[in-house]
Design a protein around this ligand. Sequence first.
Ligand code: PHE
Length: 344
Amino acid sequence: MNIENLNLDEILQEIENAKSKEEIERIKNKYLSKKGIFLSIFASFASLTKEEKVSIGARINKMKMSVEDKLKQKELSQFYEEINQRIENEKIDISLPSRKQKLGAKNPFQLVVDDITEFFLNMGYKVADGPEVELDHFNFELLNTPKDHPARDMQDSFFINQNTLLRSHTSAVQAHVMQDAKGQVPIKIICPGKVYRRDNDATHSHQFGQVEGLVIDKNISMGNLMETLTLLLRHLFGKNREVRFRPSYFPFTEPSVEVDVSCFNCNGKGCSLCKDTGWIEILGSGMVHPNVLRLNNFDDKKYQGFAFGIGIDRIAMLKYGIDDIKGIYTNNVEFLEQFAKEGE
Ligand code: PHE
């Protein structure tokens, strides 16, 4: 190879035109490897004069350096081109709209539990808990309802064996709380929970919810009971509601009352919701029976108490106009979605 045949501009152009790594590699080999053009020119130096060696050598070295620089440059730009190409190919299309996530809603049952619980927490009550599979002893006997007591018929219960049943009311938790307190006052609790009875129609289910309430202390009177429940019912159904207390019977309270609220649908005039009576029956209540205090190690001469039991499902049905209790338990999404706003 003769130096006169080499044209730097052409070589640089050749490098510039290379389209791939492989091509760059090939050009590198062609000019710069041991068998490459530049070294082969040096190899032919033997026949040159000293002066020629110096001047041609310098020219060749300069040319070789330019070729090396250009190759480096080309390699670098090739590298960036490749990376940009990869970034382009792996691009994710973020313009695709995401799937809509539906926000869950609280079951109306839970809305009522939360509402009543908050109401009583604000009045200084604590929340108690108890088992759903319960001993007869707690469900009935400690509540002044011995075996063969006719009042047991008021609650058609699911017995597992002679001494064990699915609790038929949250009043069983009263007995647990009193036993645990070992005669110490004050007691001020509520207990929301599930209860079970053999019932099945549009407004009754074999499983439903109650919130129990129990207060025991010195100087507790019927006035405290009436004030507490009046405030509760006005909180639930509106501040202009009238509240009515009717004599009733429960074995664990004496006196016992059934508590009604004036119909919020017709304002007491009479409509289909209140069956033309103007009143809606809401809950059972009463002063804790002295026998219950004694059975649970409280001094009935020193202390008094009141208790109440509210049906959660009934309140939910009344408040939200639900006409079949099964809606609360079947988890139909369309039914539940209607309550999304309530829980906000
Ligand atoms: N346990 C009663 C029922 O389920 C309700 C109640 C509770 C009544 C507390 C009086 C006192 O019917």
